[in-house]
Design a protein around this ligand. Structure first.
Ligand code: AMP
Length: 560
């Protein structure tokens, strides 16, 4: 059974799988569209609508329409209230995921079970966990959470691998800046493609910056023009249906201005009407500061990559729907001296996710084949298998899937390396600063990481140690607790009695390739594992999870 790749986007989402020829293929649903708006309409307490229908309804029934939910991922307090129910961001996202799965199944795919879901590179531990949670609520087995720019690079790199094999050639090396301006998030990433290795060298981004901000600026301008023309009418922005309508009109105008120099927008509200003309130059002027921020972040990203030895960038890859705006290409050329290439901006992330899913699946099957034949120890790495055994296993897996041996081999050979998107550490008492953050891992360090830190008890028979794990918030790793975000506030419990003050508890912090943090603890003298019980942070209680799961499963999907 294949693994599907899902681009769970802020404004639009897509799902892909690997076709019989080993190429990524986007699945289209009943509407025939390759992407669906990431918008959910809670039509009643029992049913919901996802996609274009929900997006259209936003204007008529704004209170029941949830859009841009991705911006809420990782915010454990946030809920969307509709028809007496409260929906967390993972629960709303699960409805979008389920809808994509139905589309894929309708489009001729097999049942969607195992998936890879993409997230912005900039997402920290909490947002990644929320994404995993969404996948679990949707009933999927999440094989991996993959950063979007890696997915885009994989899709691009795979094309290259497939074509002239540049990337696979021994010694060939290419440094790429992936500029990803989507509907609600911006990510800048420097990636190196070399010897079948895709390495992320640096990430920067802002998950409150995207096409929707352009829409807002344009909507504000439209409302000002409308009010100037109709001084007695109500400002459409003062009314939720009016402002939804204005934002939709703004978005449409923005898209038109990608192809045309000027357009006209008709705004009708409160019995009044205005025909407002809008030029591309005007829109570029009113959104210049947004564009500037993406350039500043790209520069920061290049500077971070510079610290890791990257002196120049060979290629600028433009992804995300908003990269279509002509100002993106022209400003980047002017400011960074790079000519951008717009490649499949809406679908490359889902395609890359499907490729990554396929790679994970092939790896899993080859390992299973080797283990069942006693050629590899259970739990060992694929690299530990003798070459001849590996070749034989690859041959068998390729045959059972009817795929070329070369393709399976290439999938297994592709290596993906990535970095920590936000540093993390612990809050501890410092002699000089009082309560201060001690950073264990800094941003842009290569994943996976594993750090150990020892804590001593401060009195005999102490049975627990309080531990606060924090994540970096701003650009620089500040020592001040108020500049950090608490990830886990927990207690290491179960320290056995009979040990003196100063006995050592060793805590291991591990962050895997998916950027999700795992914490374990060990009592050194007693040589026993200890339990870290969390009080706050990303984790919902078991009963909350069950209630939300039930909520997601109960709500029926309306098809239109
Ligand atoms: P994504 O999240 O990557 O699907 O990007 C969606 C964003 O791209 C939305 O803000 C859209 O308004 C924007 N977008 C899509 N097509 C165009 C276009 N032709 N011109 C400008 N913006 C666009």
């Amino acid at each position: 059974m294949g693994v599907y790749g899902i681009d769970l986007g802020t404004t639009n989402s897509a799902i892909a799988r690997i076709d019989a020829d080993g190429r990524p293929e986007i699945m289209v649903g009943m509407t025939g569209d390759t992407t669906i708006p990431s918008v959910v309409l809670f039509a009643s307490a029992n049913d919901h609508l996802v996609g274009e229908g929900a997006r259209r309804e936003a204007r008529l029934d704004p209170e029941h329409v949830c859009a841009l939910v991705k911006r809420r991922m990782g915010d454990t307090e946030w809920r969307f209230a509709a028809h007496g129910e409260r929906w967390s961001a993972p629960a709303v996202s699960a409805l979008i995921l389920k809808s994509l799965a139905s589309d894929a199944e309708f489009g001729g795919g097999e049942r969607v079970k195992r998936v890879v879901i993409t997230v912005p590179a900039y997402f920290g531990d909490e947002e990644r966990r929320a994404t995993l949670q969404a996948g679990n609520y949707a009933g999927f087995d999440v094989a991996g959470v993959l950063s979007e720019p890696i997915a885009a690079a994989l899709s691009y790199g795979f094309g290259r691998l497939d074509g002239n094999m540049d990337v696979g050639k021994q010694g060939a090396r290419e440094t790429v800046l992936v500029y990803d301006l989507g509907g609600g998030t911006f990510d800048a990433t420097v990636i190196e493609l070399a010897d079948r290795r895709i390495s992320v060298l640096a990430v920067e981004g802002d998950h409150q910056l995207g096409g929707a901000d352009w829409d807002e600026r344009i909507a504000l301008y439209l409302s000002q023009q409308f009010c100037a023309a109709n001084p007695d009418a109500e400002d459409p922005l003062d009314d939720s249906a009016g402002s939804q309508m204005l934002v939709l009109a703004a978005e449409r105008a923005k898209r038109e201005l990608t192809d045309a120099d000027r357009t006209e927008v008709v705004v009708a509200h409160d019995g009044a009407r205005a025909v407002i003309s809008l030029t591309r130059d005007e829109v570029e002027a009113m959104t210049a500061s947004l564009m500037r921020r993406t350039i500043d972040l790209s520069r920061d990203c290049l500077a971070a990559a510079g610290k890791r030895g990257v002196s120049s960038v060979d290629r600028l890859l433009l992804v995300g729907g908003s990269s279509r705006m002509p100002m993106v290409e022209s400003e980047l050329r002017k400011e960074l001296g790079l000519a951008g290439e717009l490649r499949d901006p809406d679908l490359s992330v889902a395609r890359g996710a499907a490729l990554y899913g396929e790679k994970l699946e092939m790896e899993r099957l080859v390992i299973a084949d080797l283990v069942t034949r006693g050629r590899l120890r259970d739990g060992a790495n694929i690299q530990d298998a003798p070459q001849q055994d590996l070749d034989n296993a690859i041959g068998r897996v390729a045959a059972s899937f009817g795929q070329p041996v070369g393709l399976v081999r290439r999938m297994l050979e592709i290596q993906v390396d990535t970095v920590v998107s936000r540093g993390f550490g612990v809050l501890a008492l410092d002699y000089q600063y009082g309560l201060a953050a001690t950073w264990l891992v800094t941003r842009n360090q290569t994943l996976p990481v594993r750090v150990r830190r020892s804590f001593g008890t401060v009195r005999p028979d102490q049975d627990e140690i309080a531990l606060t794990i924090v994540e970096q918030q701003g650009q620089a790793a500040s020592l001040r607790p108020e500049d950090t975000k608490v990830l886990i506030e927990g207690r290491i419990r179960g320290i056995p009695p009979g040990y003196p003050e100063g006995s050592e508890v060793r805590v291991t912090f591990e962050m895997g390739f998916d950027g999700v943090l795992h914490v374990t603890a060990h009592h050194i003298d007693a040589d026993i594992p200890l339990v870290l019980s969390t009080q706050t942070g990303a984790t919902l209680s078991q009963s909350d999870v069950e209630r939300e799961l039930d909520q997601v499963q109960r709500s029926r999907r309306r098809s239109s």
